[in-house]
Design a protein around this ligand. Structure first.
Ligand code: PMV
Length: 322
């Protein structure tokens, strides 16, 4: 009744922002991401008759409130599937320093889904595991399969699931995570998703997404990095335009964020292909080809206000560990 799993964070190339069904975390359109090696969560789940409620520990500290409730929601789903009534002790730790501003619910809920299913004695398919992870956090859906991943929006719990587009070895793309702000994000993505509809730009965004997904897939098939980078950077700005024009407005960027974004434009004019994508925070994920990592890292570290860089290489999805 005990199992341990490890899962990576992922960086979205096509973003998930806004829910068609907020309870089930079903998005309006497909999204695409890459699992990254630099930031993983390891989680152990033990179901035991000695507990009268679920217990959740993160980095040695007991968690309660909304975070623990989300964990319990995933555990309750597993209990329903297995017919068990036992509560669980969950112990989780991140490979990256907590509070580094890159903490990811994706790695956490993907590891939880895989560990909890195994601890409950269920043998679920990868697709089923991705749907269970989704109940904790939408982006966690994509941290279950390996490598480059597509989350198909679907229209029900069973159909909103992720699958691998390409294995990690397919393309040597590196996410140079550029930490400019190490604090907790000010507006949670849960709240952000619920505000998306209030932006007058959101209808236009949704109307463009299916075509954008197809164009990105074509750039990936062709391994056309410049085209890929242009689509990914536009997509991140598109999502941040929704955030900024929501009511109330959500602005995640700091002056250092903008400094990094401006620098990338100058470097591209010099022929160095580096493109930005940002999640719900100020830190910039700079996507480069493997051969350019050292040069880009050196340049990023020389920018005033950049605290550090963390490398995320394409990696496998959530898996059990002994
Ligand atoms: O999984 P959530 O609810 O934390 O949402 C993640 C949202 C973004 O990171 C901003 C985009 C994405 O697709 O990962």
């Amino acid at each position: 009744m005990k199992a341990t799993a490890e899962a990576p964070a992922n960086i979205a190339f096509i973003k998930y922002w806004g829910n068609a069904d907020a309870n089930l975390r079903i998005p309006y359109h497909n999204t695409i991401s890459m699992n990254i090696s630099g930031a993983t969560t390891t989680t152990t789940v033990e179901f035991t008759s000695s507990l009268s409620a679920d217990e959740v520990f993160l980095g040695g500290n007991k968690i309660d409130g909304a975070g623990a409730e989300r964990v319990s929601a995933v555990l309750s789903h597993i209990r329903k599937m297995s017919g068990s009534k036992q509560y669980a002790r969950v112990t989780s730790s991140n490979s990256f320093p907590t509070g580094a501003g890159i903490a990811s619910s994706a790695s956490g809920f993907a590891a939880l889904a895989v560990a909890a299913a195994s601890a409950a004695g269920l043998s679920l398919t990868e697709k089923e595991l991705s749907t269970v992870a989704r109940l904790g956090s939408g982006s966690a859906t994509r941290s279950v399969p390996d490598g480059f991943v597509e989350w198909v929006a679907g229209n029900s719990h069973e159909t909103s699931a992720a699958h691998t587009l390409y294995a990690p070895e397919y393309w040597d793309i590196v996410d140079v995570i550029t930490v400019v702000d190490a604090s907790e994000k000010k507006v949670s993505s849960t709240l952000g998703h619920s505000l998306a509809q209030t932006s007058m730009l959101y209808k236009g965004r949704l109307a463009s997404m299916n075509q954008k997904v197809e164009e990105l897939k074509r750039a990936m098939t062709d391994k056309d990095f410049a085209r890929f980078g242009e689509i990914v950077e536009e997509e991140s700005f598109n999502m941040h335009a929704i955030m900024m024009t929501s009511q109330p407005s959500v602005l995640y960027w700091t002056p250092v964020t903008v400094r990094v974004l401006q620098a990338l434009r100058v470097w591209r004019e010099e022929g160095l292909l580096a493109y930005a994508t940002l999640d719900a925070g100020a830190n910039v994920h700079v996507l480069v080809q493997g051969a350019d990592v050292a040069e880009v890292e050196k340049r990023l570290k020389s920018l005033e206000g950049v605290k550090k860089t963390i490398l995320g290489r394409p990696t496998r999805g959530a898996h059990l560990v002994k």
